[in-house]
Design a protein around this ligand. Structure first.
Ligand code: NAP
Length: 280
């Protein structure tokens, strides 16, 4: 299978390249990443078509949630219209499409975890731009998998794990206790994407590591596993000023994937695996 990857140098994109390569797929050049290939530019449609992929895995996105809040038009250009362009490229090539989306399409006010059919209700420009991107994918490429994930961490990424370790080593640290989500290890997600694509069961999926955590619980697990004695003061979202509004509770329930036998291990196991690699 010939596989094109957008955002191939990002935290998830590099794992997608590894996982599909290990599965015997041909991961195509060029990598559809900035600066050479901007998905917001219509030229990406021809570029993708010329690569003749069987599958496009779309990982590129403007992922800075606060940056999206400061510049909502940029978020729409990249995450909404850029995703439309990638979908048009996949369609022109006759390729299937995996489009990565986010827990932030939900408002975070539900009492129980969000499943794949919960109505989207974004409360910030990042979530809105990703929700519009999802709608373009559904409209333009029936042979598509929309995969929502959350709180990604993995090798080479500037993620919550690396930030917490750096900040705790630098001094006292304040961490939000009332934001709850589904921490997810990028290599596990990439492996799950390979398994998902092999099912041919197009649709919407929630692929996250099992289990739920608050930011504080996630950080405490990081410090315990990394052997860091952190000086932590808990705080609340209300007391933590950010450019973007944050959906407070967005645990994702993996129902559609689990029915196909696609489950990711508990996040604490994945975190331990990640930190053992980082320590090596
Ligand atoms: N990170 C998370 O916690 C998280 C949670 C839920 C869902 N997701 C979704 O998961 C996917 C992968 O996220 P990630 O953590 O791997 O993000 P990442 O590390 O920021 O990678 C995104 C990649 O896309 C590239 N990119 C940005 N704008 C682009 C454009 N206009 N044209 C082409 N490439 C562009 C980035 O390049 P630059 O480095 O130059 O910007 C980067 O290489 C995204 O769809 C994201 O929305 C992420």
């Amino acid at each position: 299978m010939r596989v094109a990857v957008t955002g191939g140098r990002g935290q998830l994109g590099r794992q997608v390249r590894r996982a599909f390569g290990e599965a015997g797929c041909e991961v195509l050049e060029p990598l559809l990443d900035r600066p050479a290939h901007d998905i917001a530019d219509l030229a990406i449609i021809d570029t993708i078509a010329a690569m003749r992929p069987d599958l496009v895995v779309h990982c590129a996105a403007m992922t800075d949630v606060d940056g999206c809040a400061r510049d909502p038009d940029a978020a729409l250009r990249v995450n909404a219209l850029g995703t439309r362009n990638v979908a048009l490229g996949a369609r022109r090539a006759g390729a299937a499409l995996v489009a990565i989306s986010t827990n932030e399409v939900f408002s975070g006010t539900a009492r129980s975890p969000y499943d794949e059919w919960s109505p989207v209700e974004p409360i910030n420009p990042y979530g809105r731009s990703k929700a519009i991107g999802e709608a373009f994918v559904r409209q333009l490429v029936p042979e598509s998998y929309i995969v929502r994930t959350a709180w990604l961490f993995g090798p080479g990424g500037n993620n919550f794990v690396t930030k917490m370790i750096a900040r705790a080593k630098a001094g006292p640290i304040t961490i939000v206790a009332d934001e709850v989500g589904s921490p997810t290890y990028a290599p596990d997600l990439a492996d799950a994407l390979v398994a998902l694509v092999h099912t041919g069961a197009y649709g919407t999926y929630h692929l996250v590591n099992e289990g739920v955590a608050s930011r504080l619980e996630f950080a405490q697990a990081i410090f315990a596993l990394a052997g860091i004695e952190a000086d932590v003061t808990p705080t609340t979202l209300a007391q933590w000023p950010r450019a973007s509004q944050v959906p407070p509770r967005t645990p994702l329930r993996n129902l559609a994937g689990a029915v196909l036998g696609i489950r990711l291990r508990p996040w604490r196991e994945a975190l331990a695996a990640y930190l053992s690699i980082e320590a090596a």
